[in-house]
Design a protein around this ligand. Structure first.
Ligand SMILES: *Cc1c(COP(=O)(O)O)cnc(C)c1O
Length: 393
C-alpha cells in the first residue's frame, strides 16, 4: 500500500468539474474546532457569500454537510408531511428522484411528465394544479443535468404561488452557471451542490428557505423523520446571531473549500460568471456543429454548462469515452437513464469553463472519432471554436 495520487484529468462531465487550485489550497489549511470563534466568523462570511450566490436575503441559507442529494432530501423531509399532495414536474432523471423523496415522506406525488430533453411545460403544471386544488407543494429541477435542459423557474413559481403552493427547486447544476434569483423569483426552498458550477469538491449542499417555508417547518404536525436533516435542530447551529449549539461536527476543511469557491465567484461577479458560461458554450457549439454532430436539446432551452450531444450512428459510446480518458486525460459524461448509450454530456462548469478546455475537448473528440472511422467532418471543429473565442485574431 502507498499514498493515493490521482491521475491529472480534465473534468468536462456532468460534475465533479475541475477544482480551482485556490480551493485545493484552502482545503489543506489547519483544521480548527467547529465551535472556535474563528470558525464561527468564517461561517458568518459563508452565509453572506451564499446569499449573494443565490441572490437571497433568506436567514436560513447554509450548506448541508452532505452532497446535493442530501440537500434535496433536506428540502423534502422538512417541507413535506405524511398525507400531503406534492406536484412533481419531471423531464429527466432528477425529477424522478424528487418523486422518490415525496413518497418516502408518506406523501402523494402527482407527476407532470415532460419529454426528456424538453423543458417543464408551464401549461401542464397549471392544468395539474387546477385538477388538484389540495396540492401543497410544487417541485421541479431548474437545470436538468441528465438532458441539458433549462426550465423557466420564474414562470413555474408564479403558477405554483397562484395555487397557494410552496416551491422546491433543484439548482444543483444551475448555481453559478446561469441566472438564478431566489428572492426575485420567490422560490421557497432551494438546494444546490458544490461540484458543478461552483467547481468545489463534492460533498456539500447549499440550501435556502423562505420565511413561508420556515413557517411551515416550524408548524409541522409530525416531527421530521430524519434527525440529521431536521432543520428545527440544524437552525440552532447555523441560525443567525443565535448560539451555535453542537448539532454535528461540521466538515471543517470542506467548508474552507466552499468558502473559497464562493469568494472566487464573488470576485468574478455572478453576471460575469453567467456570461462566461454562455460564451464558452457558443464556442463549443460552433465546434460540435462544424464536426457535424448535433445537440439533443432545442437551442432556446439549452444549458450552456451541460451539452448533451447525440452519439453518431455506429459509434460505441464506451470506447470513445475510454480513449478520451486514457489518451487525453479528458472525462466527459455518459447518458443517464433513457439517454444511456445515445448521448454524451459535455460539461462546461465553473473553473472547467475556459477556452483551453473547449479547444482540448473538440480536438480530442475530433481525433478519437476520426480514428474510429466515425462519420464526422474532421479537422474543422477547433477552427470553428477559435473563431468564436478569438474573433479579433
Ligand atoms: C448532480 C445533481 C444532483 C445530485 O447531487 P449529488 O451531489 O451528486 O448528490 C441533484 N440534482 C441535479 C440536477 C444534479 O445535477
Amino acid at each position: 500500500m502507498k499514498s493515493f495520487h490521482p491521475p491529472r484529468r480534465t473534468l468536462m462531465g456532468p460534475g465533479p468539474s475541475d477544482v480551482n487550485p485556490r480551493i485545493l489550497e484552502a482545503l489543506s489549511r489547519p483544521t480548527i474546532g467547529h465551535l472556535d470563534p474563528a470558525f464561527i466568523a468564517m461561517m458568518d462570511d459563508m452565509k453572506d457569500l451564499l446569499q449573494y450566490a443565490l441572490q437571497t436575503r433568506n436567514a436560513i441559507t447554509m450548506p448541508v454537510s452532505a452532497p446535493g442529494s442530501a440537500g434535496m432530501e433536506t428540502c423534502f423531509v422538512n417541507l413535506v408531511e405524511p398525507g400531503d399532495k406534492v406536484v412533481v414536474c419531471q423531464n429527466g432523471v432528477f425529477g424522478g428522484r424528487m418523486k422518490e423523496n415525496v413518497e418516502r415522506c408518506g406523501a402523494e406525488a402527482v407527476m407532470v411528465q415532460d419529454t426528456w430533453g424538453a423543458a417543464v411545460d408551464a401549461n401542464k403544471l397549471e392544468d395539474t394544479l387546477k385538477a388538484h386544488p389540495d396540492a401543497k407543494i410544487v417541485a421541479f429541477v431548474h437545470a436538468e443535468t441528465s438532458t441539458g435542459v433549462c426550465s423557466d423557474v420564474k414562470t413555474l413559481v408564479e403558477i405554483a404561488r397562484r395555487h397557494d403552493c410552496l416551491t422546491i427547486v433543484d439548482a444543483v447544476t444551475s448555481l453559478g452557471g446561469i441566472p438564478l434569483h431566489v428572492d426575485d423569483w420567490r422560490i421557497d426552498a432551494i438546494y444546490s451542490g458544490t461540484q458543478k458550477c461552483l467547481s468545489c469538491t463534492p460533498g456539500l449542499s447549499p440550501v435556502s428557505f423562505s420565511e413561508a417555508a420556515v413557517e411551515k417547518i416550524r408548524n409541522r404536525k409530525h416531527p421530521v423523520q430524519s434527525w440529521f436533516m431536521d432543520l428545527n435542530l440544524v437552525m440552532g447551529y447555523w441560525g443567525s446571531g443565535g448560539k451555535r449549539a453542537y448539532h454535528h461536527t461540521a466538515p471543517i476543511n470542506a467548508l474552507y473549500g466552499l468558502h473559497e469557491a464562493l469568494l472566487i465567484l464573488k470576485e468574478e461577479g455572478l453576471e460575469q460568471a453567467w456570461a462566461r458560461h454562455e460564451h464558452h458554450y457558443r464556442a463549443l457549439k460552433a465546434g460540435i456543429e462544424a464536426m457535424g454532430l448535433s445537440y439533443v436539446v432545442e437551442e432556446s432551452v439549452r444549458l450552456p454548462q451541460l451539452n448533451a450531444i447525440r452519439i453518431p450512428a455506429g459509434v460505441d459510446d464506451a470506447t470513445v469515452r475510454r480513449q478520451l480518458l486514457e489518451q487525453y486525460q479528458l472525462e466527459i459524461g455518459a447518458g443517464l437513464g433513457e439517454m444511456a448509450g445515445k448521448v454524451w454530456r459535455i460539461g462546461l462548469m465553473g473553473h472547467a469553463c475556459n477556452a483551453r478546455n473547449v479547444l482540448t475537448c473538440l480536438g480530442a473528440l475530433d481525433d478519437v472519432l476520426s480514428r474510429l472511422g466515425a462519420p464526422i467532418d474532421s479537422g474543422k471543429a477547433v477552427a470553428a471554436a477559435s473563431k468564436v473565442l478569438f474573433p479579433q485574431s
